[in-house]
Design a protein around this ligand. Structure first.
Ligand code: HEM
Ligand SMILES: [Cu+2]
Length: 529
């Protein structure tokens, strides 16, 4: 999309200065180092949250109680949800943002490199607090990642650690977002107008605004929980004049935009990958930008579709139903554009493209089950059943996680200077694809048949589908160890990668920087035509 004139002098400097050993990582202000740390942190959290999912699925393999007691089961669902959302998926895309935004807009680094360092280093203590909560009296909260009052007000001190962790995570997100917005608005190379930016950069510009808007709302919700717990307020306590449903309103005012905070950068990644492997520019670039902006705005207006069963007035239910359905319009525009990009393209199916195809197919399915859930009378039946669990894993795992995998395979050569093993990459894709559907497709049927979520035990008629789901889960877990192996092998002994291994890739990091990308790039901004 962006033609570059002139050439850059970055590699003329030849040598990079940074402290060696651990201090390089502790003190670094380099966007590439920080991006790398975000990505590894995210992967460690993915394995941690994944381990908890394995515990849940082991318990649900058969009816009856076998592996853990009900309290621990509830703690596992809570921590699994919190860790996957805040520890695995969000930091993964911040890792991409750090690596790619400066390179894609022709900037030397992020606008606030020291704040960038601090944004990252807030994450490990927050993760530690979440994990530590398992070991305090009363254990981790067993309320689910949504932390609903009044139960959250009655939990042990693990809840306080969780609240503190959420405060810290929120600060990290807000600082990261300020950094991204400032970088994108101020550090673009000459000629890189907003409408010439690679779509990935656009997705992060929009996501950063969403984060700044809703993280304080979540912080407010958990702070009110904290003061209800310890400082004599009654925000969520009916006997003191408060209202537990108020918590749900505040939580979901954060929670619904949050799912787009996860999904929009994922859209950005596949919008880079699909054109590259179709050897065609992205179809409908401008409509993509407007669709993203519409999705972002609409995401603030639909939160109570999570609350159809709380006694909303009929007019409220109708409003939230239609508003939610409206989101299908810009989402349809995006799906149409991705498909049209491939139309008559010269397609090839390397691993990044396979994961993007997986994303496209399964995210669309997740969107459809979301539309099903938006219908009030249907949701009243399906609310808090396994149908919901199936729906949001199609969006979060097959949507966000698959797109993150696509991005990792796509940019690994640029990051490491080495090619990954294509055969093993394809194995990783097909194993993930098959096991993913094995875990979650059958959960639609479980939900339709009435199996409630967040339970450690179930009626015997649900056994068969649960066994399939659990076997799928163990397979999916093992397939991710293969991913780790592929990445480590690529870093250590992959073949040397050319500057632009993907014929159709056209953003600045491919057209303009050597592989691996130098430690300092674009010290002199390129000129973009
Ligand atoms: C191997 C992959 C995964 C498996 C097998 C898995 C399995 C599960 C299971 C069994 C539950 C409990 C459902 C319930 O009883 O309500 C759950 C909940 C959840 N999962 Fe996953 N999951 C996986 C990956 C992910 C990922 C990548 C995310 C990313 C965001 C995620 C987000 C959530 C959330 C938000 C919940 C809701 C927790 C709650 O009910 O409070 N999961 N998952
Ligand atoms: Cu929602």
């Amino acid at each position: 999309m962006s033609a570059v004139i002139g050439h850059d002098h970055d590699h003329a400097h030849g040598h990079d200065h940074y402290p060696g050993g651990i201090m390089r990582w502790v003190k670094t202000t380099n966007h590439k180092d920080i991006g790398t740390m975000y990505l590894w942190f995210s992967f460690i959290m993915f394995l941690t949250g994944g381990f908890m999912a394995m515990v849940i699925r082991a318990e649900l393999f058969m009816p009856g109680m076998q592996v853990v007691n009900p309290e621990v089961f509830n703690q596992m669902t809570t921590l699994h949800g919190l860790i996957m959302v805040f520890g695995a998926i969000m930091p993964a895309f911040v890792g991409f943002a750090n690596w790619l935004i400066p390179m894609q807009i022709g900037a030397p680094d992020m606008a606030f490199p020291r704040m960038n360092n601090w944004s990252f280093w807030l994450l490990p203590p927050a993760a530690l607090l979440l994990i530590l909560s398992l070991f305090v009296p009363g254990g981790a909260p067993g309320v689910g990642w949504t932390l609903y009052a009044p139960l959250s007000v009655q939990q042990g001190m693990g809840m306080d650690l969780t609240i503190f962790a959420i405060h810290i995570l929120g600060m990290s997100s807000i600082m990261g977002s300020i950094n991204i917005i400032t970088t994108v608005l101020n550090l673009r190379a000459p000629g890189m107008t907003l409408m010439k930016m690679p779509l990935f950069v656009w997705t992060w510009l929009i996501t950063a605004y969403l984060l700044i808007a809703v993280m304080p709302v979540l912080a407010g919700a958990v702070t009110m929980t904290l003061t209800d717990r310890h400082f004599g307020t009654h925000f969520f306590n009916a006997s003191g004049g408060g209202d537990p449903v108020l918590f749900q309103h505040i939580f979901w005012f954060f929670g619904h935009p949050e799912v787009y905070i996860i999904a929009i950068p994922a859209f950005g990644v596949v919008s880079q990958v699909i054109p590259a492997f179709s050897r065609k520019p992205l179809f409908g670039y401008t409509s993509m930008v407007y669709a993203l902006a519409s999705i972002a705005i609409l995401s603030f207006l639909v939160w109570a579709h999570h609350m159809y069963t709380t006694g909303l007035p009929m007019t409220g239910q109708l409003y939230y139903m239609y508003a939610t359905m409206l989101i299908a319009v810009p989402t349809g525009v995006k799906v149409f554009n991705w498909v049209a990009t491939m139309w008559k393209g010269s397609l090839s199916f390397e691993t990044p493209m396979l994961f993007s195809m997986g994303f496209l197919f399964l995210f669309t399915l997740g969107g459809f089950s979301g539309l099903v859930l938006s219908i009030v009378p249907v949701d009243i039946q399906l609310h808090d059943t396994y149908y919901v669990v199936a729906h949001f894993h199609y969006v979060m795992v097959a949507g966000a996680l698959f797109s993150a995998f696509a991005g990792v395979y796509f940019w690994l050569p640029k990051w490491t200077g080495h090619m990954y093993d294509e055969t093993l990459g394809k194995w990783h894709f097909w194993l993930s694809m098959i096991f993913f559907n094995m875990i979650f497709f059958v959960q639609h049927f479980l939900g339709l048949a009435g199996m409630p979520r967040r339970i450690p035990d179930y009626a015997p008629q649900f056994t068969d589908f649960n066994m399939i789901s659990s076997i799928g889960a163990f397979g999916f877990g093992l397939a991710q160890l293969l991913f780790l192996y592929v990445v480590v092998k690529c870093i250590r002994s992959g073949e040397k990668a050319p500057q632009k291994p993907w014929e159709g890739a056209d953003s600045l990091e491919w057209t303009h920087l050597p592989t691996p990308a130098p430690y300092h790039s674009f010290e002199t901004p390129p000129t973009v035509k």
